[in-house]
Write a protein that binds this ligand. Structure first.
Ligand code: LLP
Length: 420
C-alpha cells in the first residue's frame, strides 16, 4: 500500500497534489512519500517482531539524506557498499554501530574508515578480502568484525543482471569452501568472526529460493559450530520483490514467517538488508509531456516525448523494467491511443514505457510509479542532463531533499587545456 492516490481526479502524494509539486520544483522530479516509507518499515519490523533482528536498509536503493534520515529515526540500520554510502549514513544521522558493509571490492581506505567509525560487520566476499581486512585491522590495532558472504548456489529466478546467488556470479565465496575460509579467518589476529551472510538476488517474487538459501546457510552454521566456530548472526541479505505490474511477491509477513520459522530456537540474530521493498513503491518520477509525435497511420508507432529520460530512470532501458505510467490529472477531450513513452536522449533504448494506452496532450503531467528504489540512485547526467530534484512529502508538506542539479554543477571540476 502506498500514499499516492487520486482525489478529485488529481493524483496526490499524501496531501499534496502533484501539479503543485511540478509548479514548485519543475519536472522531471522524484517525489517520495514519508508515510509510505514509514508504513513499509513498520510492517517489516512488526513481521520480524518474534525474532531478534536488525533491519539494515540497503542504501544503494535510495541514498537520499532525507530518506536515510527518516529511516534512521525509525530505528533502521544500514547496509552499505562504499565509503560514500557510509558518509551518507553518518551525515543523515544513522548509527554506524548498526551498519554492515557489503560489496566485492572494498578498498583499503574504505576499510580504514569503516574500522575507525566502528561499523557492526564487514560482509567479506573473498579470501583476498579477508587477508586485506586482517592486515588493515592489525595495523590499526583493532579486530574487524566479519561475516563471510557465502554463495549458496540457488537460482532466484529473477533477471540475470540482478541474480547473485549462483555459482557463476562474482559474489560471495562458494559455500563448499566456506568452512576452510572460516577456519582461516578464525586464526587471523585482526579478525573477529561474527556471522554468516548471503544475498541471492533482487526483485524475488517467490519464497522457495529464500528458504533453500537459508537451509544451506544454517547447515553451514551447524558445521562451523561442530568445529568450534560460533557466529552470533545470520544475515539473509535483501531481495524481497515488489509489485510493479502484476507480480505477486510474498508479503513482508510471509517472508518474515519463513525466516523466523527457520531460525526459531537458535541463538542467532537475524539481519536483513531490504532495499526495494521499503522504498520502491514510496516514490514516483513526475514528468511532463514535451511533444507528441504520432505516426501517420493508426498502426504506426506513436511517440510521446517526455522530459524524463533513461538518465533519470535507467531501469526500463537496463533491465526492461516495467513501471506503471499514469496520468496526474484526468484526461480532457482527447482519445486514448497506445503511446511509446520516450525521453529526449539520443538512443533507441531511451524509453520509460512501450505501448501505453493513454489520452495525452502536450504539457500533460505523468507519474512513473514504483520509482523510489534504484531510480534516482542510478541516475546519470548523460547528454549533459542535470539530475532531477528529489522531494519528500510528509502529510501536507513537500520538502525539497535534493535540489535540481544545474549545468554549472555538471561542469564543476572540469577545465580546458591551458591556452599558451
Ligand atoms: N544486500 C545486498 C548485498 C545487495 O547486493 C542488494 C541489492 C541488497 C541487499 C538490496 O536488495 P533489494 O532488497 O533492494 O532487492 N538496480 C537493480 C537492483 C540491484 C540490486 C543490487 N543489490 C534494479 O533496479 O532492479
Amino acid at each position: 500500500m502506498d500514499h499516492f492516490v487520486y482525489r478529485g481526479g488529481v493524483l496526490h502524494a499524501e496531501d499534496v497534489p502533484l501539479p503543485d509539486i511540478a509548479a514548485r520544483f519543475g519536472t522531471p522530479c522524484y517525489v517520495y512519500s514519508a508515510a509510505t516509507i514509514t508504513r513499509h518499515y513498520r510492517v517489516f519490523e512488526a513481521a520480524l517482531a518474534d525474532v531478534d533482528h536488525e533491519i539494515c536498509f540497503a542504501v544503494k536503493a535510495n541514498g537520499n539524506l532525507g530518506v536515510l534520515g527518516l529511516l534512521a529515526d525509525l530505528g533502521s540500520g544500514f547496509d552499505i557498499v562504499s565509503v560514500g554510502e557510509l558518509e551518507r549514513v553518518i551525515t543523515a544521522g544513522g548509527d554506524p554501530a548498526r551498519v554492515v558493509f557489503s560489496g566485492v571490492g572494498k578498498r583499503v581506505d574504505e576499510i580504514e574508515r569503516a574500522l575507525e567509525i566502528g561499523i557492526a560487520c564487514f560482509n567479506v566476499e573473498s579470501e583476498a578480502e579477508l587477508v586485506r581486512i586482517d592486515a588493515v585491522a592489525q595495523r590499526l590495532g583493532v579486530r574487524a568484525p566479519i561475516s563471510l558472504r557465502v554463495n549458496p548456489d540457488v537460482d532466484a529466478g529473477t533477471h540475470p543482471y540482478i541474480a547473485t546467488g549462483l555459482k557463476e556470479n562474482k559474489f560471495g565465496v562458494d559455500i563448499g569452501r566456506a568452512e576452510t575460509l572460516y577456519a582461516r579467518a578464525a586464526d587471523m589476529p585482526g579478525l573477529a568472526v561474527r556471522g554468516v551472510d548471503c544475498h541471492i538476488g533482487s526483485q524475488l517474487t517467490r519464497l522457495a529460493p529464500f528458504r533453500d538459501a537459508i537451509d544451506r546457510v544454517l547447515a553451514l552454521i551447524d558445521r562451523l559450530a561442530a568445529r568450534g566456530i560460533t557466529v552470533d548472526h545470520l544475515d539473509v541479505g535483501g531481495g524481497l520483490g515488489i509489485r510493479y505490474r502484476d507480480e505477486t511477491p510474498p508479503s513482508p509477513a510471509e517472508y518474515a514467517a519463513a525466516l523466523s520459522e527457520r531460525v526459531a530456537g537458535r541463538d542467532l540474530k537475524l539481519v536483513c538488508e531490504p532495499g526495494r521493498v521499503l522504498v520502491g513503491n514510496a516514490g514516483i518520477l513526475l514528468t511532463r509531456v514535451e511533444l507528441l509525435k504520432p505516426g501517420a497511420e493508426p498502426e504506426d508507432r506513436h511517440f510521446a516525448i517526455v522530459d524524463a529520460a533513461m538518465n533519470d530512470l535507467l531501469r526500463p532501458a537496463l533491465y526492461d523494467g516495467w513501471h506503471a505510467i499514469v496520468p496526474v490529472a484526468e484526461a480532457g477531450a482527447v482519445a486514448p491511443r497506445p503511446w511509446e513513452i520516450v525521453g529526449p536522449i539520443c538512443e533507441t533504448g531511451d524509453f520509460l514505457g512501450h505501448d501505453r494506452e493513454l489520452a495525452l496532450a502536450e504539457g500533460d503531467l505523468l507519474a512513473v510509479r514504483s520509482a523510489g528504489a534504484y531510480g534516482f540512485a542510478m541516475a546519470s547526467t548523460y547528454n549533459a542532463r542535470p539530475r532531477p530534484p528529489e522531494v519528500l512529502v510528509d502529510g501536507a508538506a513537500a520538502h525539497e531533499v535534493r535540489a535540481r542539479e544545474t549545468v554549472a554543477d555538471l561542469m564543476r571540476g572540469e577545465r580546458r587545456l591551458p591556452i599558451a
